[in-house]
Design a protein around this ligand. Structure first.
Ligand code: MF3
Ligand code: CO
Length: 253
């Protein structure tokens, strides 16, 4: 069952989204050589608490931290720790914050220092694939129209989309209906209706699409060891253009 949000719920989703986007922005600025991944986790945790919100991921299914930070071949769900970021690392950061019972969920990928041309292209194509999906995040289309647009754009640029993990409805819970895959034929799945709030999150591999989960039970890596990227926003379906809820000072990274 897809939960259509009331105007009151939408304004709470905007508040949660703003805090989540500000947390992502803070995390992104800390992606520098010599910083440990747990330092970024702590800063984000403290920021979210300072906003009167709760880090959504902390304790979710036993997840041990407030952010997911996934470096190079790590795609999603990387656990913060003592790892020191180095020049050229491709770093995906995923953040969730719950404010007054509503969840914001967003992610972005940053490169430490310059980065190679091919790594910069990976990050840009992943981000742009989200905006290609946004062209179909409108009434009159169906969920898989977003999925199809993301897949087409990523594959046209020579990268691959991961199948095992998908975007999702988001609201009073982090994971609600519907699932929002990053692949598939157009014209399938639920119709998009104003008041739906969904997290659209392309997960992209520089090499083949296959992934595996590390023995820690969380970290998802590319099977071929090539680099990966992730980009996500929480959005609202409206009567016109979709509204991106995870924006901070007009910016969504
Ligand atoms: N953004 C991720 C998602 O959409 C966050 C889940 S990580 C977890 O599923 F640690 F909270 F599980
Ligand atoms: Co998500």
């Amino acid at each position: 069952m897809i939960k259509i949000k009331s105007p009151r719920e939408i304004s709470l989703m905007r508040q949660a989204g703003k805090i989540t986007a500000a947390a992502r922005n803070l995390a992104g600025k800390m992606v520098t050589a010599g910083t440990t991944t747990q330092e970024i986790d702590k800063a984000v945790h403290d920021f979210i608490i300072s906003q009167g919100a709760i880090p959504t991921f902390l304790g979710y299914s036993g997840y041990p931290a407030s952010i997911c930070i996934s470096v190079n071949d790590e795609l999603i769900h990387g656990i913060p720790g003592k790892r020191v970021l180095r020049d050229g690392d491709v770093v995906s950061i995923d953040v969730g914050a719950t404010k007054d019972g509503y969840v914001g969920d967003c992610a972005a990928t940053y490169i430490v220092g310059g980065g190679t041309e091919e790594d910069k292209r990976l990050v840009e194509v992943t981000r742009q694939s989200f905006f290609e999906g946004m062209k179909y995040a409108r009434e009159g289309y169906r969920v898989s129209d977003i999925s199809h647009a993301i897949q087409e754009y990523v594959e046209a640029n020579g990268f691959s989309v991961v199948r095992e993990y998908v975007g999702h409805g988001v609201g009073s819970e982090m994971h609600e209906s519907p699932e929002v895959p990053n692949y598939g034929k157009p014209g399938r799945g639920p119709r998009l209706v104003r008041g739906m709030t969904i997290a659209v999150e392309p997960m992209v591999n520089q090499g083949a699409a296959a992934i595996k989960v590390l023995p820690d039970g969380w970290t998802v890596v590319s099977a071929d060891g090539k680099k990966t990227a992730h980009y996500e926003n929480t959005i609202l379906i409206t009567s016109g253009d979709p509204e991106i809820l995870t924006v901070f000072e007009g910016v969504c990274e």
